[in-house]
Design a protein around this ligand. Structure first.
Ligand SMILES: [Ca+2]
Ligand SMILES: [Ca+2]
Ligand SMILES: [Ca+2]
Ligand SMILES: [Ca+2]
Ligand SMILES: [Zn+2]
Length: 298
């Protein structure tokens, strides 16, 4: 009953702000402290999340660039790429978690310039915690408020992580308090395969657009249950070597949760309450730890 009331009030709020796609809500599953996923490229720790309403599949994805594939929403050829996304969050750690499982007929990873992640299969996560429309993201002379976390694996010459708009902050890196990334794959590493991506980020509300800033200048966004923030996820599908610098015609597919483009967070994600099924698992895990301690005491 609580959920129904929540949804009804949120739909009204979303209709007014009209973010993309308008009136459509996505849900970030709340992980209890003792069940937060580990960013190691193994997605089994996400299995506790109920499929509905959290799992996002091909039917929700857009191909917003007609020159790449002029197809409607959901019209992805699953033999070319097949995608599953899940988003989560944790209140105490103040983290957003994103996972994707991506089947691809060819995993291309042959960029000549290690910095050009968009010459290879890439995974891109957009986070806009202040929940503003695209026109208000990363405006000139204004602090940054939409943050891009982009990945292309395996690393080439050690490079696999890419950030926007500040691309070269020494402290905004994988393994810091701000970013934790993991990946893995099954199948043929550079052929038909299923890649797994996992990302945990501390949401940044704003920071100056300057690569010389320190991490104390980043304003952290404090996540709250039932609030809405913008998150979008894009998977760029490259199946052949890129020739020259012109990237558009190199893309086999460009699949986004937002109807707008790759590089802006526009989807309304609700920071959901803990699901009863997850709360029960959390309590069981705590009981097991307690009993183990009692038994160990004898
Ligand atoms: Ca994991
Ligand atoms: Ca493909
Ligand atoms: Ca390539
Ligand atoms: Ca590919
Ligand atoms: Zn919105």
């Amino acid at each position: 009953m609580k959920r129904l009331i929540l949804s009804a009030s949120l739909v009204i709020a979303v209709a007014v702000s009209a973010h993309n796609p308008p009136g459509e809500l996505f849900f970030a599953a709340q992980f209890p402290d003792n069940l937060v996923p580990t960013m190691a490229g193994n997605l089994a720790d996400w299995d506790i999340v109920p499929i509905d309403p959290y799992t996002i599949r091909n039917d929700r994805l857009y191909s917003p660039v007609a020159e790449i594939q002029p197809v409607g929403r959901g019209e992805i050829d699953a033999s070319d790429m097949n995608i599953r996304h899940v988003v989560g969050w944790n209140e105490n750690l103040n983290k957003i978690y994103v996972m994707s499982e991506v089947f691809d007929n060819i995993h291309n990873n042959d960029r000549q310039d290690a910095a050009r992640f968009n010459h290879d299969d890439a995974w891109e996560v957009e986070v806009n915690p202040d929940h503003t429309p695209t026109e208000e993201h990363n405006q000139a002379e204004q602090p940054a408020n939409n943050f891009s976390y982009k990945w292309a694996v395996p690393p080439v010459e050690g490079q696999y992580q890419f950030y926007r708009p500040n691309a070269a902050l020494s402290w905004l890196v994988d393994g810091s308090q701000w970013v934790d990334f993991g990946w893995g794959f099954s199948g043929d590493q550079f052929g038909e395969s299923t890649y797994r991506y996992e990302l945990a980020v501390t949401p940044i509300e704003s920071m100056p657009r300057d690569n010389a800033i320190t991490e104390s200048q980043a304003v952290v966004h404090n996540l709250d249950e039932e609030e809405i923030i913008h998150i979008s996820i894009t998977v760029g599908d490259i199946d052949e070597p890129t020739t020259g610098d012109f990237v558009l015609e190199s893309y086999q597919g460009f699949w986004t949760l937002s109807p707008e483009s790759c590089c802006t967070g526009t989807n309304d994600f609700v920071m959901a309450p803990v699901e009863p099924s997850i709360a029960a698992l959390s309590a069981t895990a705590i009981e097991e730890v307690t009993w183990g301690q009692i038994k160990a005491g004898f």
